[in-house]
Ligand binder design. Structure first.
Ligand SMILES: C[S@@+](CC[C@H](N)C(=O)[O-])C[C@H]1O[C@@H](n2cnc3c(N)ncnc32)[C@H](O)[C@@H]1O
Length: 222
């Protein structure tokens, strides 16, 4: 094993502790998570964890990102986290294929006070991304949709992110299944994406062992 290994297993107590001390408590997102569980119990685990929502807001503020694209809105926890931190005039364009989840999330965008700066595009994300201007105009992107689609989204988005812009990719450890010698198709897709991103000289990247694994990539000037 190269280097030392210091990640701490996120027991429920540790999770509660880091939400509290990381100031990630968020009554609106907690209510949205509860409503999501009630409406979509089978897939409610896809909701962004509170501490990751806080991280997204932090990164948007830190980078002063104004032009943001999100792939995978679901009921909108990450959309709210991104949009809340926008500077005046900033926008989040978010892609979501399932209109039923958008319908549940829409009132929460209103209540978060961000509906006026969020552009929801319902349909296959790849079509939405391909229709965007081809220039490097984006400050920050967040990829969190279907895992077999990650590579395609990455390839559409990397050229559209400005030099020093940020790409954030969620679930890149995929519950640890990326190291499974016989991964299922989704874990295999995430692993293939990780291999691809690692070899991509257009970005500088780090992988963070937080939540379900988060890859942060800075677009290099070319
Ligand atoms: C992991 S969830 C996103 C979670 C969300 N970011 C949050 O904060 O709660 C993935 C979402 O991607 C959507 N999705 C799957 N395939 C898609 C596609 N081809 N185009 C657009 N959205 C897609 C799913 O419907 C689902 O809502």
């Amino acid at each position: 094993m190269p280097g030392s290994q210091k990640a701490i297993a996120a027991t429920p107590e540790i999770h509660q502790y880091l939400v509290h001390h990381g100031r990630a408590d968020d009554p609106l997102l907690e209510e949205l998570a509860r409503v999501t569980r009630e409406n979509f119990p089978a897939v409610a685990h896809m909701t962004l964890p509170l501490e990751e929502a806080a991280l997204l807001s932090f990164l948007v503020r830190l980078t002063a990102a104004s032009a943001i694209v999100e792939v995978g809105m679901f009921t909108g926890s990450s959309t709210i986290a991104l949009a809340r931190a926008l500077p005046p005039g900033g926008t989040v364009l978010t892609c979501e294929i399932d209109p039923r989840v958008v319908e549940i999330g829409a009132p929460y965008l209103e209540r978060a006070g961000v509906a006026d700066r969020v552009d929801v595009r319902v349909g296959p994300a790849l079509d939405t991304l391909r229709a965007l201007p081809a220039t490097a105009h984006l400050d920050l992107v967040f990829i969190d949709a279907d895992k077999p689609g990650y590579l395609g989204y990455w390839e559409e988005l990397v050229p559209r992110v400005r030099p020093d812009g940020l790409l954030i990719v969620d679930n890149t450890l995929f519950s640890g299944d990326v190291v499974d010698p016989e991964p299922d198709s989704k874990a295999a897709a995430v692993h293939a994406f990780n291999e691809h991103a690692r070899a991509d000289e257009r970005v500088e990247l780090v992988m963070v062992n937080a939540a379900d694994g988060i890859t942060l990539a800075r677009r290099r000037a070319v």
